[in-house]
Design a protein around this ligand. Sequence first.
Ligand SMILES: [Zn+2]
Length: 155
Amino acid sequence: MRTCLGTANQARHSDAFVSASLRQSHRCASALTDKEIEVNWFWDAFQQTEIIENRKRGSDAQIDAKGALRSINELEEKVDRLSLLCHALFEELERTTGFSEAQLKEKMTQIDLRDGRSDGKYDPVLGSDCPDCGRKVKKTRSNCFWCGASLRTLG
Ligand SMILES: [Zn+2]
């Protein structure tokens, strides 16, 4: 018995310990030694702690998922409002100036390519290349972040 318990104690957190404990639980309670009962008690306490922690993790994950869904819904509402605003602005622009949809698409392509990539995105953060070191710099800076060159001529 001592040998089995020693092995069980060494492998407390291993699969072997789980299997050994499961086998022990099928034995008659009166056949267990005090040490085996003590090990079983600690194992049960460990399992209960694991169950409680896993329930808490599950609950936390549900809260995180609900927060993510709320954020997605808010973003969808913002996109819908922006889409409505764009449609209203374009219709009014077209009505008052005759600016066509083809001209609008051409302008969108021009703006898209300002950062050197045709990716369907407007990224005002990445502006022009620094005239001195060639790195991408923000349009809002008056000097290059990397080399300090003046960017005033970049507009
Ligand atoms: Zn630079």
